[in-house]
Design a protein around this ligand. Sequence first.
Ligand code: C2E
Ligand code: MG
Ligand code: MG
Length: 426
Amino acid sequence: MPPAGPEGDSPLVGQPWQMLCLVEITNFVQLRRYLGSLRADGLVHDLDGRIATEIGVSGAVRAGRATLEFMCRARSFDALRTVLDRVAEACRASFDIDGEAHQFVVAIGAAATACPNTDAVRIAEEAEAALSDSLPTSGITLRDVSVGTLGLDRLALIRDLPQAIASGEMFLQYQPKIHIRRQEINSAEALVRWQHPERGLILPGDFITIAEDSGHILALTLWTLEQVIADQVALASDGQDLTLFLNISGQLLGDASFVTMACQRVRESGAKIGFEITETAVIRHPDVAISNLQALADVGISIAIDDYGAGLSSLAYLKKLPAQELKIDKMFILDLTSSNRDPLIVRSTIDLAHALEMEVTAEGVETPAALALLSVMGCDIVQGYLISRPLSLGAFRQFMGNDPMSVLTAPRQPMFNTSASFWKSA
Ligand code: C2E
Ligand code: MG
Ligand code: MG
């Protein structure tokens, strides 16, 4: 097999396949406990060297406390699979410390495409999802995303959606939200994904509006609610009694039958559930929406206002909503430390929410600098790739067991270091 080229190489003729790979050291916490932080970090550096030997000179980039990320090319999908096998073998080879043999246990998730215009975020999301699949068994998962990048046909998706909901093609990932002052996991947000048998992973941005427009959003949301309730009950019985939030489409805020069913299911389950709604949805039909939200709040459902600042907003309605949490849209957070305007907006939104006795969540926290600034500004809760990507329930459990608060003190690199140019370069 020809050598796989590292990032930055000009695309080699005959090597049309590109791959983003994430290697997670699943026994990192145990190693660090045994060897100390400095040595454990040094070992991760050594691991980077081993990967570099397998894939080319520049090796991997550290993309988290225990995660390495690298990109490479090859002539075929199968050749990429061989690269992963070699990397796994190299990672698992034992190493010697003061005469003692130690070993990394790694899970590998990768996404590959032969289509040069594949969207970088989509590839990153696919690699993340592949890693989530690999984590429980510390295995290797490689996904081919070329098929799905040919363009999503709206009509075909509308046709496939009801069957997908019924036959288990939908699944949830959970993204933790961390309370800065209390230094604890505050809650988590459930995000729905569609594992389409032919098109691969489809993200909600590509099917929620389709579900809304085709009348399937009620069925999808009821499925999500059932799943979230079951997961919350399972976590609570393991001693992790966190509120799990789900996103509720604006359409359903005016739907009396949805509100009645949701109230009944949450009440009888006893689960700690929250709904994320947007203010734009309230402004469309304010009276009905506010009374429905009150009914949901009365059965103990926590209400969070999502994507604040990205849509319509009205102070008159904001103070009438029975919400405990205001989530500032990630468009104000992603460039927080390089923009002149965003810090002013964020600061005044935090003050406004506190005046209305709400806690503030910043979504899209990707860098330690943004976290530090938000903390100084008095932001209560943070959510974003710096803390964790959205995770399968199993990986979320593992995250909670692995010293999750270290992110508030330890310097970390953001996930998704992939430069857009890499994917567009072939
Ligand atoms: P949202 O509720 O604002 O969810 C946050 C989105 O930001 C998620 O994208 C999440 O993966 C992404 N994100 C999280 N941290 C970061 C970060 O640090 N940087 C960046 N750049 N992005 C980050 P996702 O999962 O693609 O969801 C997109 C939207 O789809 C959600 O936005 C929500 O409005 C909608 N959605 C997701 N699940 C459901 C659902 O079950 N029902 C409904 N009605 N809508 C849903
Ligand atoms: Mg949300
Ligand atoms: Mg949001």
